[in-house]
Design a protein around this ligand. Structure first.
Ligand code: PMP
Length: 435
């Protein structure tokens, strides 16, 4: 139930759809995270540029961007053109076609570690492939991941996720044996890593900017030292750039931060909303696939439709990189400033962590600079704020993640400023009365 006043039920259509969906679609949503949207998970009807419309005809400036993929905004023309052209030719072959070469060449041109690539359909799958490659390349079983980092929904690495304070599973039904060779460590803690780098470790995997947990950056020198330690001990360093790839710069976080891993996982922005993901990396590590030691398979791998979207997306990002990345940088920092300032005007204390076109906001009175600091934040209050923002025509992820696209310009940001002030003024008193 919503605690905010009902706004003449501006969500009547979404409510009806949600309630009808629950009769045949388990939980009424196709991904469990979507059920967190209040007052009701919206049913959308179209997306163009920075805007979404729901089935009730409400318009939103969208800062969720499909959970990250839409760096070029919704329905970007070059991607649509490429997909339409491909659809006129074929949907899928289950065999080779020219676009998979074009895409692997585009990745090798843009992502610093990429000499060889393989393709999958989702980030979770590609993470799974990366870990398999690392195990085969080293002949070792153990994988180190970090508390509050997210690497998808598959059993082995869905432990110690954001929202947890231990190495426990993300959900019921996971096989405990699947993660029995996964160690979960605190991030930004070199002593913990040094202590855990035993001779059975195949891989260290991390989000190089910990966007999912709160958009945290590594301490100065940490990533460089991790690079050094993994190199010395023959451990494969994997950057999960499913969010940061093509978003924090053309070459992802590794280009932005100047630390090059052995393997990288790409997803989201790679396909501009179409399901496609990749593992790319150094040829000597990827050689386990090239030589046939690891069989990388999948009916839909690099299917022509998704591949056409990805080639168009990467080509567009590459062609306009000099203009796009400074623009994303500016939009990201302006959004963070607007949220902080306008929310404070409305009496709501917001902390906003932001790196380029990604961010994470918290209702908190003190800085939230590490995953441990998130205990000082109030997720329920932020959910309430997200609900109030929705009423003001702003779509944000209720957990706090924020994304901007190349289509978020001055008009959208100005509109956001007044919406944030009104939403904060509506929610601030409710929060004070709860205390
Ligand atoms: N890794 C990271 C860093 C992610 O943010 C996500 C998805 N949010 C995944 C992996 C999993 O990707 P997918 O949802 O496409 O399986």
């Amino acid at each position: 139930m919503s605690v905010l006043p009902d706004q003449h039920d501006r969500y009547a259509g979404s409510r009806a759809e949600f309630s009808r969906r629950q009769r045949t679609l388990a939980r009424g949503v196709a991904s469990a995270i979507r059920v967190t949207q209040r007052p009701v998970p919206l049913t959308f009807a179209d997306g163009q540029g920075a805007y979404l419309h729901d089935v009730d005809g409400n318009e939103y400036v969208d800062y969720a961007l499909a959970y990250g993929p839409m760096v070029l905004g919704h329905s970007p023309a070059p991607v649509l053109e490429a997909v339409h052209k491909q659809l006129a030719e074929a949907i899928s072959y289950g065999a080779s076609h020219r676009l998979e070469r074009e895409l692997s060449e585009a990745i090798s041109r843009t992502v610093p570690c990429a000499e060889l690539s393989v393709f999958s359909n989702s980030g979770s799958e590609a993470v799974h492939a990366a870990v398999r490659i690392a195990r085969a390349a080293t002949g070792r079983p153990r994988v180190i991941k970090f508390l509050g980092h997210f690497h998808g929904w598959l059993d082995p690495l869905a432990v110690g996720n954001p929202g947890r304070w231990d190495a426990g599973p993300a959900t019921a039904g996971q096989d405990p044996l699947a993660s029995s060779s996964v160690s979960v460590l605190p991030w930004n803690d070199l002593d913990a890593l040094r202590g855990a780098l035993t001779d059975d470790v195949a891989a260290v995997i991390m989000e190089p900017v910990a966007v999912n947990g709160g958009c945290f950056t590594a301490d100065p020198g940490y990533l460089e030292e991790v690079r050094e330690l993994t190199q010395q001990s023959g451990v494969v360093l994997v950057f999960d750039e499913v969010i940061t790839g093509f978003r924090l710069s053309l070459g992802g976080a590794q280009e932005r931060l100047g630390v090059v891993p052995d393997l990288t996982v790409l997803g989201k922005a790679l396909g501009a909303g179409f399901p496609i993901s990749a593992v790319c990396g150094r040829a000597d590590v990827m050689d386990v696939v090239a030589s046939g030691t690891v069989a990388h398979i999948g009916t839909y791998n690099a299917n022509p439709v998704s591949a056409s979207a990805a080639v168009a997306s990467v080509t567009e990002l590459e062609r306009r990189a000099h203009e796009i990345y400074p623009q994303l940088e500016q939009a990201g920092s302006q959004l963070a400033d607007i949220l902080r300032d306008a929310a404070a005007e409305g009496g709501l204390p917001l902390v906003v962590n932001q790196v380029g076109a990604a961010g994470h906001a918290f209702c908190a009175l003190e800085p939230v600079t590490s995953y441990a600091d998130t205990v000082h934040s109030d997720p329920d209050a932020y959910h309430l704020f997200a609900e109030a923002l929705l009423g003001e025509g702003m779509n944000v992820i209720p957990r706090g993640l924020l994304y901007v696209s190349t289509m978020h310009g001055p008009a959208e940001l100005e509109r956001t400023r007044s919406a944030v002030a009104r939403a904060a003024a509506a929610v601030g008193p409710l929060l004070r009365s709860r205390q």
